[in-house]
Design a protein around this ligand. Structure first.
Ligand SMILES: *Cc1c(COP(=O)(O)O)cnc(C)c1O
Length: 492
C-alpha cells in the first residue's frame, strides 16, 4: 500500500518542516479540538487482529514518503483513545490541559536530559521550583524530592530509602546477614507495594497486608498487631505504605494514628498519595490528608487529579539529604564538582536514573497559568461532579452505591438490570451482575460513547468504578453516564 521508493532522509529541510507542521495541525484538530466535541467518540475500538488489517505495521521498508507517513499518522489518531474527552472515566488520568500539552511539546522538541544542569538548565530550575511548591502543600519544612516516572516508581524509591535509613551500611554491604525485613500495606493499597517488595528482594510474603474497615481505610489497631507479631518472630518492621486516595475506593487511611505507631516502633512511614495528594490543593478537602506531614515520604502524581500530561509524578521526603544518602555515587565523567555553577543543580547525582525525561516544565507552566486557585477550582469541580453523581445514584432505583459515602472522586456503584430487580442478593445474583457489568462496558466501548472501568475488590463483587477527575466534565456528563448504562443494560 505504500510507495516504497527513496528514503525520507533525502527529504529537504523544507519538506521536513512541512511534515512537522502538518502533524502538529493534526494533533490540534484530532485531539486538542476533537476532544472538546462530545460527539467525537471517546474510542474507535478495534481488536489487535482488526488493527493488523487496517494498518501496515511491518517495518520492512526502504522508507516512505510524506503522503504515506501522514496517512499512517492519521491512523494513529483514528484508533487511539481520547483520554482527554470529558466522557473518559476509565482510569485516574486524562483531562488534556492546554498548558500541560504546550509544556509537553516544548519538552519534547528541546529533548533535554534531566541529569545535569549543563544540559537541562531551564528544566531543572523548573523542577526545583515545582518541588519546593509541592513540599509546602504537604507541610514538609526541611524536605526535598524528585520527579519520578510514575507513582509505582515513587513508591519503590521510598521503600528502598527506608532500608538505607535503618541500615545505612547496606548501601555497600547489601542486605546479606540482615534479619527478615517486613513491610506493611492495607488491603486497599496499590499493587506496587507488593511488586516493589519483590523488586527489592524482600518478597511478597514479607509485605504484610493490614485489614481495612468497611470504608476501605487501614485499621491502625490491626497494623500495630502485625507489627508486634513481626517483632515477636525476630523480624524487622521496616516500612508501611499508608494511602491517600486508594485506587479503587478513594479512601484515606488514618495518617495520625499510623504515624504514632511508626514513631513508637521506628518504622518508615510512606504515604502513597498518588491519587489523593491533590486534595491538598483544596482548602475544602485538604482535611482528607490530615497528618501526612508526619510521614517520612509521600508520592504524588500530578498526572492524575491535577491533569498534567503523562507522566508527571513526584516523590517527596521529609528530610533533606535523603536522596544523597541513598543514591549518590562518585561519577567523574558526568557529575564533576568543578563546574561553573552550584552542582547541587545536577539533580541526577542523587537519582537512580541516568537519562531522564524532564517532566517538571509542563506542570510548572500549568501552575504559572492558573495558580494555586486554578488547581483548587479543578479539584473542587471534580469533587462536585462526584458528589452530584453519588446523589443521582442514591435517587435512581436502578443503581446502588458500593460504599455509602465516597470520600473522594471514586464513585463505585452497581447497575441492577430489570431482570435482577428485587431478587435475593445471594451468590447467584452477584455472579449474574459480575457478567452483566462487563457486557455493558463492552457495548459502550464498541459504540465509543463512554469509557468507564469495572472491578471487583476483596469480597465485593464486580461493580462500575467511576473515577471523576476531568474538570471539563459537568453534571450532564454524570447524568449521561447513568443514562448510557441503562440504555446498554436494560435488556440484560
Ligand atoms: C495510580 C496509583 C499508583 C501508581 O501510579 P503510576 O503513576 O500509575 O505508577 C500508585 N498508588 C495509587 C494509590 C494509585 O492510585
Amino acid at each position: 500500500m505504500s510507495s516504497k521508493q527513496g528514503a525520507p532522509s533525502l527529504a529537504s529541510a523544507d519538506e521536513q518542516d512541512k511534515f512537522i507542521t502538518d502533524v502538529f495541525e493534526m494533533c490540534m484538530k484530532r485531539v486538542v479540538q476533537g476532544t472538546r466535541d462530545r460527539n467525537t467518540p471517546v474510542v474507535n475500538f478495534k481488536t489487535p487482529e482488526e488493527l493488523k488489517e487496517l494498518v501496515d505495521f511491518d517495518l520492512t521498508t526502504d522508507g516512505n514518503h510524506r503522503e504515506d507517513l501522514l496517512s499512517l499518522c492519521e491512523k494513529v489518531f483514528d484508533y487511539s483513545v481520547l483520554t482527554g474527552h470529558p466522557r473518559f472515566f476509565n482510569q485516574q488520568y486524562g483531562g488534556l490541559d492546554s498548558y500541560g500539552v504546550a509544556g509537553s511539546f516544548i519538552t519534547d522538541v528541546i529533548n533535554a536530559n534531566g541529569h545535569t544542569f549543563e544540559i537541562a538548565p531551564m528544566f531543572l530550575m523548573t523542577e526545583v521550583a515545582v518541588l519546593e511548591h509541592m513540599l509546602k502543600f504537604v507541610g514538609y519544612t526541611n524536605g526535598e524530592g524528585t520527579f519520578c516516572p510514575g507513582g509505582s516508581y515513587s513508591n519503590f524509591l521510598s521503600m528502598n530509602m527506608a532500608r538505607l535509613w535503618k541500615f545505612p551500611e547496606t548501601k555497600s554491604t547489601g542486605i546479606y546477614g540482615l534479619p527478615k525485613l517486613v513491610s506493611f500495606c492495607s488491603e486497599q493499597a496499590h499493587y506496587s507495594a507488593k511488586k516493589n517488595s519483590t523488586f527489592l528482594g524482600y518478597g511478597t510474603d514479607n509485605c504484610w497486608v493490614v485489614k481495612c474497615d468497611d470504608r476501605g481505610k487501614m485499621i491502625p489497631e490491626e497494623f500495630e498487631k502485625l507489627v508486634l507479631k513481626c517483632k515477636d518472630e525476630g523480624s524487622v518492621p521496616l516500612f508501611v505504605t499508608a494511602t491517600a486516595g486508594t485506587t479503587v475506593l478513594g479512601s484515606f487511611d488514618p495518617f495520625n494514628e499510623i504515624a504514632a505507631i511508626c514513631s513508637k516502633h521506628k518504622i518508615w512511614m510512606h504515604v502513597d498519595a498518588a491519587w489523593g495528594g491533590s486534595a491538598l490543593l483544596s482548602k475544602k478537602y485538604k482535611h482528607l490528608c490530615d497528618g501526612v506531614h508526619k510521614a517520612d515520604s509521600l508520592a504524588w502524581n500530578a498526572h492524575k487529579m491535577m491533569q498534567a500530561p503523562l507522566q508527571c509524578s513526584v516523590v517527596l521526603f521529609k528530610e533533606k539529604g535523603s536522596l544523597e544518602r541513598a543514591h549518590s555515587l562518585n561519577v567523574p565523567y558526568l557529575f564533576q564538582s568543578d563546574k561553573p555553577y552550584d552542582v547541587k543543580y545536577d539533580l541526577g547525582r542523587n537519582l537512580l536514573q541516568c537519562s531522564r525525561k524532564c517532566d517538571a516544565l509542563k506542570l510548572w507552566l500549568m501552575w504559572k497559568a492558573k495558580g494555586d486557585a486554578g488547581f483548587e477550582r479543578q479539584v473542587d469541580q471534580a469533587m462536585a461532579n462526584a458528589q452530584y453523581l453519588t446523589e443521582q445514584i442514591r435517587k435512581r432505583p436502578e443503581f446502588e452505591l458500593v460504599i455509602p459515602h465516597p470520600e473522594y472522586t471514586n464513585v463505585p456503584f452497581w447497575y441492577i438490570p430489570p431482570s435482577l430487580k428485587g431478587k435475593e442478593k445471594n451468590e447467584d445474583y452477584f455472579k449474574q451482575l459480575a457478567s452483566i457489568i462487563p457486557t455493558i462496558k463492552t457495548r459502550m466501548q464498541k459504540s465509543g460513547t463512554l469509557l468507564v472501568g469495572y472491578t471487583p475488590v476483596g469480597k465485593i463483587p464486580t461493580f462500575f468504578r467511576m473515577t471523576v477527575m476531568n474538570d471539563k466534565a459537568n453534571f450532564s456528563d454524570m447524568d449521561f453516564v447513568l443514562d448510557e448504562i441503562v440504555k446498554n443494560g436494560k435488556d440484560l
